[in-house]
Write a protein that binds this ligand. Structure first.
Ligand code: CAA
Length: 636
């Protein structure tokens, strides 16, 4: 087989390389340091025809082939991996589904400005509970006649919030699993569509990445992409093409690192000759060159398959997995060749090293690529019933919660209902702990997120903490970026873990990283002005409202008129369990951990067939979650 790029391909490579060398390379370090987005350069991509490379000229594209697109991403990534993915996510993820599945009206309205580079595109699939299991989408779009009402959150979205047009996946029929997912074209600026913070990432820092938040967003019927229920297939088909882009990004990063290390190895003299001539180094270079060559062949041949409308799903997965795995090895060896110098900030190999890692993770982890490849080789394993069920029944990151919202009446009435519920759960507000109690030892915490606003509002939080008998905590940005509280007071995956009883989250949106720090809280209360904030799904009680209004009312309601007495040693309050709708048969709950035996699912691990009633379970059967015996189950 002879794979050869055409003169046209090489001319394009030259053009993109020149642009990348002169306009991106000089600022790459600064973009990396400042998390800066190369807006000016992206605008120029539009003028150069890069933003619509593989789309027909009649739709504003450059009318080139898929290999040209791969070469462009490769060349940009050769100097800056972040810039490479901006183009890749725009062309393959944000634009391609509209090109492939859009109506003529949708193409005229959205594809044309995207292909011309007048607008930037993005793709909203990933969610907290739908990463590798992309079919677990919990964002919903409810048919309201002339429009759909979109609610939910998407995380880790490349090009957000810079992008103007988003292809978003939401469930229109939560009972139908992947066949109930639909795709929509959503515009930035629509009412109820907002963004979370830009993520502070290890690498590809010049690309922007943020959360999408949909709160009762009205999506006109004509913005349904494809048919209702076709969304998952649209997403999968889009990702097949996207994986060629990420493979090219990995190839470009690896190529940049290789060239840099090669140049250094030829200059650096040790033991009387350039290290490139030391066998230890020349063998590294030989292996790196071989991996680059094989990656390139795999990527270009996959691009050819796509161009020729041949099946290419498996090959795209192979290319993405192989090129990104090779990229990891190449950047590692490149930095090793540089030795201590490569470990310093400002060296391009240091940046390539960090930029490379994401290529094994996004657009499907390399483990998922192997699932796809294997499914093409051995076929798909039979679906387990329990897997299907989990799509529509996922608890939030903090586990099952009561999710009781106090929506009725005035703010005072909502607060009164909240206090009554907390007192009913056993909280005694005549006692308290000092507000500087370490989070890990605190029985109660009042924690603030960025929704707290200016620093003077911290006085409201401190007053609330005092009246709630709680310590003060915060989300990470409040401690790290705003510096309202010391660093040891932020709660989350990388911070403190709260294992006490009552956690009152004020103005915290509920990013996954924060929720992981509070999953052991007995009771979570959320106060936030966005009804769609993820924190509500993870809370026992919630009030939608401005924290500046609610916090003083809550402090007042918890004020017993006397100084708080010292709280006795903490007794862990039993975690509240959500009320369930009674099914038309008896169900049984484990007294130890709250696991609910579901007759419809059975218990696959213990070879209990779906449909087996609890009464028919063998006596030796044990709770699959905590190991309690069958007799520890309570009939409900
Ligand atoms: N093209 C078209 N249809 C496809 C398809 C494809 N490549 N792959 C699967 N389908 C169809 C199947 O035929 C099936 O159809 P039916 O319902 O008619 O039978 C349906 O989709 C469901 O398929 P599966 O049963 O195989 O689906 P699954 O739930 O088992 O999931 C998976 C398969 C491969 C694991 C998939 O979930 C997946 O790819 N996960 C990874 C998600 C991913 O890549 N996320 C990346 C996010 S975007 C990103 O990262 C961008 C960025 O930042 C730059």
């Amino acid at each position: 087989m002879l794979y050869q790029t055409t003169e046209q391909h090489e001319a394009l490579r030259q053009r993109v390389r020149e642009f990348a060398e002169t306009e991106i390379k000089p600022i790459a370090f600064q973009l990396d340091q400042t998390n800066g987005f190369p807006a000016e350069q992206i605008e120029k991509f539009g003028k150069m025809g890069l933003m619509g490379i593989p789309y027909p000229k009649e739709y504003g594209g450059a009318g080139l082939d898929v290999m040209s697109y791969a070469i462009a991403v490769e060349e940009l990534s050769r100097v800056d991996g972040g810039t490479g993915v901006i183009l890749s996510a725009h062309v393959s993820l944000g634009t391609w589904p509209i090109f492939a599945f859009g109506t003529e009206e949708q193409k005229q309205k959205y594809l044309v400005p995207l292909a011309k580079g007048e607008k930037i595109g993005a793709f909203g699939l990933t969610e907290e509970n739908a990463g590798s299991d992309a079919g677990g989408t919990e964002t919903v779009a409810v048919d309201k006649g002339d429009h759909y009402l979109l609610n939910g959150n998407k995380i880790f979205i490349t090009n957000a919030p810079k992008a103007d047009i988003y292809v978003v996946f939401a469930s229109t029929d939560p009972t139908a699993g992947t066949r109930g997912i639909s795709a929509f074209i959503v515009e930035k600026g629509w009412d109820g569509f907002t963004f979370g913070d830009h993520y502070d990432k290890l690498g590809i820092r010049s690309s922007s990445t943020a959360e999408l938040i949909f709160n009762n967003v009205k999506v006109p019927k004509e913005n349904l992409l494809g048919k209702e229920g076709q969304g998952f297939k649209i997403a999968m088909a889009t990702l097949d093409g996207g994986r060629i882009g990420i493979a090219s990004q990995a190839l470009g990063i690896a190529q940049g690192a290789f060239e840099s290390a090669l140049g250094y190895a030829k200059e650096r003299v040790q033991f009387g000759k350039p290290i490139a001539f030391q066998q230890a180094i020349s063998f590294k270079l030989a292996d790196m060159a071989t991996m680059l060559h094989t990656s390139r062949l795999l990527i270009y041949s996959t691009a050819e398959l796509k161009e020729n409308h041949e099946p290419y799903s498996m090959e795209a997965a192979m290319a993405k997995q192989y090129a990104s795995d090779c990229c990891q090895k190449i950047v590692d060896e490149a930095l090793q060749i540089y030795g201590g110098s490569g470990f310093l900030k400002g060296m391009d190999v240091e940046r390539f090293y960090r930029d490379s890692k994401i290529t094994t993770i996004y657009e499907g982890t390399n483990e998922i690529q192997r699932v796809v490849i294997a499914a093409h080789i051995v076929g798909k394993p039979p679906k387990q019933k329990s897997q299907r069920r989990s799509r529509t029944k996922t608890a939030g990151a903090t586990g099952p919660r009561k999710n009781i919202m106090f929506n009725e009446g005035s703010n005072e009435e909502k607060v009164a209902q909240l206090v009554a519920a907390l007192e009913k759960d056993g909280y005694d507000f005549s006692v308290g702990i000092p507000i500087d109690t370490p989070i890990a030892e605190a029985e109660r915490v009042v924690s603030v997120g960025k929704g707290i606003g200016p620093k003077e509002n911290m006085a409201l939080a401190e007053e609330l903490a005092k009246q709630a008998g709680a310590a003060i905590g915060s989300s990470r940005p409040v401690a790290e970026t705003l510096q309202y509280v010391p660093l040891e007071r932020y709660v989350g995956m990388s911070g403190q873990k709260f294992k006490g009883n009552l956690y009152i989250a004020c103005g915290i949106s509920g990013a996954g990283q924060h929720l992981k720090g509070i999953k052991d809280a007995s009771t979570i209360v959320a106060i936030n002005n966005s009804p769609n904030a993820a924190i509500f799904k993870n809370a026992d009680y919630g009030i939608v409202g401005n924290v500046k209004d609610i916090m003083p009312l809550l402090a007042e309601a918890l004020d017993t008129g006397k100084p708080k007495e010292s709280a006795p040693p903490m007794v862990k309050i039993k975690r509240a369990r959500p009320k369930k709708q009674a099914p038309d048969y008896n169900f049984y709950i484990c007294n130890g951990c709250g696991y609910e035996y579901d007759k419809e699912l059975g218990d696959e691990a213990s070879e209990i067939e779906p449909g087996t009633p609890f009464e028919k379970l063998p006596d030796e059967w044990m709770c699959p979650k905590c190991g309690e015996g069958k007799d520890e189950f309570i009939k409900a």
